[in-house]
Design a protein around this ligand. Structure first.
Ligand code: ATP
Ligand code: MG
Ligand code: MG
Ligand code: MG
Length: 474
């Protein structure tokens, strides 16, 4: 069955609405209720307090398509982008939720029915996992659903710590969590990879499409697992991953929405090979950057704003590799709006703001990128061994604005690594110098930054007043 991403999203809403689920809009990428979390990384985030029993809603079943960013914190896929077929920094998570209403049996039945009857996936291509000791879930799959035993995999705590397995989901270090059952799709023998639990599981042959979490605990800071008063259900299915299957392609980067972005990126940068890894990186990054700005983040030197800055600079470096001359990244916003503006009207509304913020950051970094890259090249030509020294990584960071992960990204392309410890030491030494210097008088920077924070509530940034006025003056 071939379905566009938009149709799949709608089919998901329709199916769960027919099962009495309330359709709830995606929340912001900036979690409103949680200072411990960098970005919204799953559909359950906006319902965290409902799971904990601290918030009540008028419904006990919900369905959503949640925009997610995984580029920092517990779930970080930044380094996977360009290397796997299935990871993005920004993606949409389709999810159904039960707040103390239905539990394992219904959750498994709904997921199976949606996949095999609504979008009609062939059953024999599906594999499931259950938590090592979860006999109840195992039996539901085996006897009620009829999945053959050889395609049900028990995944245990093979990583040492209790509940450390991939099959035990946690939003972060604390908060609601529980054992999972996951559904995988076999993309075929011609692709490298093995079933979950096997040594080759990280390959892209068997791709996890749906994770169903049996929310049973609230993990405390000291590691204690407090049982929740009402066991609940939290599920997540990546829209891009199910779209890949339904559009008959292997990689998420070959689905409708990405093909359009990749074409636009090729046109703008002058790249000719549409399979170029850098085109994937750039088209992934425009999504996370644009949506982070929509949700109120601006490039900055720390916190969320620094994650945004790192993603933009990484994209700019890849654009440079593709042959882009001058600022190019902001020119992709139009193509993104064409793809996603209908589902996310706020994206279309803020197009001009996003473009300006990106262009300013690109222009600023563009001034030092080429110089930094040529210094890196010169130094690497004389490098003995395969480790880029910490001092060089620091110089690139400090003088040329290269975030460490950007240098690391270059290193990886050349089969090198970076000396992270050496970098940390150089950084610590510089902090100490700065602190000693500031002991000699009023700390001007502190005064300035607190002034800026009160002046521009809602946006995390470090642009000066004039720039912010310029960005918002459309
Ligand atoms: P994987 O093991 O493939 O990294 P995950 O177990 O980290 O996935 P979950 O935290 O269980 O993913 O998220 C629920 C679902 O969201 C996944 O089953 C997948 O379909 C989708 N998903 C997770 N991470 C990404 C990502 N970085 N890009 C696109 N889709 C994702
Ligand atoms: Mg993951
Ligand atoms: Mg997984
Ligand atoms: Mg998972």
């Amino acid at each position: 069955m071939t379905m566009t991403s938009a149709k799949i999203r709608q089919a998901f809403f329709d199916y769960f609405a027919s099962k009495q689920h309330q359709v709830v809009a995606s929340s912001s990428l900036i979690p409103g209720n949680d200072a411990t979390l960098l970005f919204t990384n799953a559909g359950m985030v906006q319902f965290k307090d409902v799971f904990l029993g601290q918030d009540k809603r008028s419904y006990s079943r919900a369905v959503s398509a949640q925009r997610c960013v995984r580029a920092g914190g517990k779930h970080n896929d930044l380094e996977n982008v360009g290397y796997t077929a299935r990871h993005h920094t920004f993606f949409e998570m389709l999810g159904n939720f039960s707040f103390g209403d239905y539990f394992k049996r219904e959750a498994i039945n709904y997921a199976w029915q949606f996949l095999t009857e609504v979008v009609k996936l062939p059953k024999e291509k599906l594999l499931v996992t259950v938590y090592a000791t979860d006999d109840e879930a195992y039996d539901i799959w085996l006897t009620e659903i009829g999945v053959p035993a050889e395609r049900i995999v028990r995944i245990g705590d093979n990583k040492g710590a209790p509940y450390a397995s991939d099959n035990f989901w946690a939003m972060g270090d604390t908060g609601p969590c529980g054992p999972c059952t996951e559904i995988f799709y076999d993309h075929g023998e011609h692709i490298w990879g093995g079933p979950p639990g096997s040594p080759e599981e990280d390959g892209d042959r068997f791709i996890e499409i749906w994770n169903i979490v049996f929310m049973q605990f609230n993990r405390q800071a000291n590691g204690e697992m407090q049982p929740l008063a009402k066991p609940s259900i939290d599920t997540g299915m990546g829209l891009e991953r199910i779209a890949a299957i339904l559009q008959g392609v292997h990689s998420n980067y070959e689905i409708d929405t990405f093909v359009a972005l990749i074409k636009a990126a090729a046109e703008i940068t002058g790249a000719t090979d549409l399979a170029d890894k850098s085109l994937r990186v750039v088209s992934d990054h425009i999504r996370s950057c644009a949506f982070l700005i929509v949700d109120g983040v601006l490039p900055a030197n720390e916190g969320r704003g620094y994650v945004l800055r790192r993603i933009i600079r990484r994209a700019v470096r890849h654009g440079n590799k593709l042959g882009a001359k001058g600022a190019f990244f902001y020119k992709l916003v139009g193509a993104l709006v064409a793809q996603m503006g209908e589902a996310y009207p706020e994206l279309a509304e803020k197009q001009a703001v996003i473009e300006k913020a990106l262009r300013l950051e690109e222009e600023q970094f563009g001034k030092t990128l080429e110089r930094g890259l040529s210094i890196l090249d010169e130094e690497l030509a004389g490098l003995s061994g395969s480790v880029i020294p910490g001092d060089l990584v620091f110089k690139l960071y400090d003088t040329y604005g290269f975030p460490v992960d950007l240098t690391n990204d270059v290193a990886r392309e050349r089969n090198l690594t970076i000396d992270q410890q050496g970098f940390d030491a150089a950084m610590a030494a510089q902090r100490k110098r700065a602190q000693q210097a500031s002991n000699f008088g009023a700390d001007y920077n502190a005064t300035l930054s607190s002034h800026q924070q009160t002046a521009f509530t809602g946006y995390e940034h470090e642009f000066g007043d004039a720039t912010v006025v310029e960005i918002f003056s459309e």
